[in-house]
Design a protein around this ligand. Structure first.
Ligand code: SF4
Ligand code: SF4
Length: 346
């Protein structure tokens, strides 16, 4: 059966029984309108209605700091490290599912990132549908990510008294069997699901002045736009926007030598293109010296370059960059400004 149903009254038991089988992480309230993915033991800890978490679930697939190698000079040894943890991530919205799909493509590309791929295979993903917009910053319709498009083992949609659950993989099916709380969906549930989707088609309208199919073309003609000058003046280069982005995957490497001057490790950590030294090379040259150039690069890495390489946008529409920006730089406003500046040139 492709669709199963879980009564809302059984939700706490579901999370509790999952937590007895595996480590479970889910969105948890962290203060006023702030959420983060963290370990839960019971359904009462889970924020079923939440706006995108401060950091996306990417942190479990691609940790902020990761030791890759340990070395011992005198022994002449070099050991590759691979740390992973089996877990279930509950409550991943469609935008963050898309973010994980982007990372899957990047880290499966040559040279394959074995650490990422092994870790990814140990994690079961349970998606959760947003029946309406999270908030005004969400831009999932800009990139047509407001409806589920794979990338999960199970996918929950809230109905009146229950959740209807799409079973997408054998791992998801096994969880259904192990927890013994689900029943096969009946026609009435499928009708309710269709009603939710129909309502979403009405709620989620075009949020910017360009259709998602034409975004890449817009960026084809926007390299010299004056919009980047405006962002140059406003951006304070804090790097928040790239730190919170579910599809940003740049990292730096650091070799740490211990005080014995003999042993040490090589660690990778997140890096971001908004940091001034990011594009600095030997000799002191910096290919993206100005904040405007770095902002342009960030947008092109979402809407142009990945389309050429992976045939998809790398913006997932989560809205985190806009939500977190201290300079109030808005993704939707930037896209509209690019459309307007193109119109003015005609
Ligand atoms: S660019 Fe902004 S809206 Fe798009 S995926 Fe990254 S953080 Fe989310
Ligand atoms: S969050 Fe805003 S101010 Fe900070 S680097 Fe990004 S665009 Fe610039």
């Amino acid at each position: 059966m492709q669709y199963q149903v879980l009564k809302k009254s059984s939700f706490n038991d579901f999370i509790a029984s999952l937590a007895r089988i595996e480590k479970v992480v889910a969105p948890v309230a962290r203060g006023y309108n702030t959420f983060s993915f963290q370990e839960v033991k019971d359904g009462q800890d889970v924020a079923v209605k939440y706006i995108p978490t401060i950091l996306p679930p990417k942190k479990y697939f691609f940790p902020q700091r990761e030791k890759l190698i340990e070395f011992n000079k005198s022994a002449g040894t070099l050991e590759a490290l691979l740390e992973y943890e089996k877990m279930v991530i509950f409550g991943v919205h469609t935008c963050d599912l898309a973010g994980i799909q982007c990372l899957n493509m990047v880290f499966s590309d040559k040279p394959k990132d074995i650490n990422y791929l092994v870790r990814k295979n140990k994690i079961i993903i349970i998606g959760l549908e947003c029946n309406e917009y999270c908030d005004q910053y969400a831009s999932c319709k800009v990139v047509d990510n407001h409806l589920p498009n794979g990338g999960y083992d199970l996918f929950f949609t809230e109905l009146t008294d229950s959740f209807i659950v799409h079973v997408n993989t054998i791992y998801g099916d096994e969880l259904i069997d192990k927890t013994r709380l689900f029943n096969p969906a009946e026609q009435i549930h499928l009708d309710q699901l269709e009603a939710v989707r129909q309502k979403k088609r009405e709620i989620f309208k075009d949020e910017v002045k360009v259709n998602h199919n034409d975004l890449a073309k817009l960026f084809d003609k926007s390299f010299d736009s004056k919009v980047w000058d405006d962002l140059d003046a406003r951006c304070i280069a804090c790097g928040n926007c790239t730190n919170v982005c579910p599809s940003c995957y740049c990292f730096d490497m650091l070799d740490n030598l211990n005080l014995d001057l003999n042993t040490g490790d090589r660690t990778r950590m997140w890096d971001g293109c908004q940091n001034e030294p990011f594009a600095k090379v030997a000799g002191g040259e910096n290919f993206r010296k100005t904040r405007g150039a770095r902002q342009r690069h960030r947008y092109f890495r979402k809407f142009k370059y990945p389309v050429e390489r992976y045939s998809r946008y790398f913006c997932t529409g989560c809205g985190r960059c806009t939500r977190t920006c201290m300079a109030k730089i808005s993704l939707k406003e930037t896209i509209n400004a690019l459309v307007d500046s193109k119109e003015e040139k005609k």
